[in-house]
Design a protein around this ligand. Structure first.
Ligand SMILES: Nc1nc2c(ncn2[C@@H]2O[C@H](COP(=O)(O)OP(=O)(O)OP(=O)(O)O)[C@@H](O)[C@H]2O)c(=O)[nH]1
Ligand SMILES: [Zn+2]
Length: 362
């Protein structure tokens, strides 16, 4: 009998530890002790710097572009921590909140050469934990014994990265009847991934014929738009219009994916909103934070539809990437059904940016 957590379960622990500010040990070609800048405290930063002269702050090339730091590793930059670096210094590099007030951060010296597989995995782990992708790292010689001695999570970068790339299998947990305003014949299904990540939901309206193309909406969670009636986006009106159309037609499935803020989480989305108040658009704001424009994994939606027995969809969306990802993952999109609702003076520029920069269709 073995109760020890496997690599998948250790990844979930690692995300939770990073969110609390506890470092994790990442093994690979260059073993590291890694802690996310956003949650690290002064004590632990001091201990890391005392253990090594070679502490670094790893950021994405997106963040490095704003910092004018050299991204010698392509998608990453390893900024060397000066010996007198403080937590405020680290946070100033990691978080763009103060960029306009304190634009001169440099000169920043960046490492080059060597294998960065472990660094890259640490950044991916920070993103998976919905934290800013900025990680303080020090090299370790005896990774496994260091982890055991300090009771830290120990991960292999190689197999951990493969798990992140694969996207976790989802399992149906429960479904129950949910009479709704748009249709009394509603049913809510809950799906849970194996990796301890966010649950996702499918709202089934009526009894859709599994052999026919299904009216579907692949909707990403937007707390501000869906629940608060925010005028900054079109999510709330899109959610309600999609459900209303399914109610009118008598059947459909709305996939409600807990991928808030295009997969960066609500805290980071609010950071992006704060940058938007400084004049940056939705794409620029994501980049300044160190993220790609869109960090969502659209494969999950296709996996849920397939597990419910569907293989053809009429997809309610203006986003051609959603159509492409559905098709690549085994759902034949027989029709794209446009969903243009909820434009207002506050979201006009946001919608225009989606068309100009993110490939959305008018
Ligand atoms: N990072 C970030 N996310 C945002 C912003 N505004 C809205 N969102 C998120 O963007 C997502 C919008 O999701 P969807 O409406 O499903 O997707 P879409 O790509 O616009 O495509 P369609 O609506 O299907 O045309 C939600 O997760 C929102 O939380 C923003 O300014 N920055
Ligand atoms: Zn929204």
């Amino acid at each position: 009998m073995n109760f020890s957590p496997d690599q998948n379960e250790l990844m979930a622990r690692a995300r939770a530890d990073l969110r609390m500010g506890v470092p994790v040990v990442v093994d690979g070609p260059t073993p590291l002790l890694a802690a996310t800048a956003e949650t690290l405290n002064t004590d632990r930063l001091g201990t890391m710097m005392a253990l090594s002269q070679d502490a670094m702050l790893v950021v994405t090339a997106r963040r490095a572009a704003t910092l004018k730091a050299a991204a010698y590793d392509g998608d990453l930059a390893r900024v060397k921590l000066p010996r007198d670096a403080t937590l405020a210094w680290v946070n100033g590099i990691a978080d763009p909140a103060g960029d306009l007030m304190h634009p001169m951060k440099g000169p920043l010296s960046c490492a080059r050469g060597g294998n960065v597989e472990t660094h890259r995995f640490a950044i991916q782990l920070a993103k998976a934990a919905r934290l800013l992708p900025a990680v303080v790292c020090i090299p370790l010689e005896h990774a496994l014994s260091f982890a055991a001695e300090h009771n830290l999570v120990y991960l292999s970068a190689h197999s951990g990265q493969a798990m992140l790339d694969a996207s976790s299998p989802l399992h149906s947990v429960i479904s129950a009847r949910l009479p709704m305003e748009v249709s009394e014949a509603g049913r809510l299904h809950v799906f849970r991934p194996e990796d301890g990540g966010e649950e996702h939901y499918a709202i089934e309206i009526g009894k859709p014929d599994r052999a026919e193309p299904l009216l579907t909406r692949l909707h990403s969670a937007c707390f501000t738009g869906d629940l608060m009636g925010s005028l900054k986006c079109d999510c709330g009106p899109q959610l309600r219009a999609a459900l209303a159309q399914m109610g009118d037609e008598g059947h459909g499935v709305l996939l409600y994916m807990n991928q808030e803020g295009r997969g960066i989480g609500l805290a980071n989305k609010m950071r992006a909103y704060s940058l938007q108040d400084q004049g940056f658009d939705t794409v620029e704001a994501n980049h300044r934070l160190g993220f790609e424009d869109d960090e969502r994994d659209f494969r999950l939606g296709a996996a849920i539809l397939k597990s419910m027995g569907f293989s053809k969809a009429r997809l309610l969306t203006n986003n051609p990437r959603k159509v492409a990802m559905m098709c690549e993952n085994g759902i034949d999109v027989t029709e794209r059904v446009p969903l243009h609702v909820g434009e207002n003076p506050h979201n006009h520029a946001y919608l225009a940016t989606k068309v100009a920069k993110s490939g959305h269709l008018k």
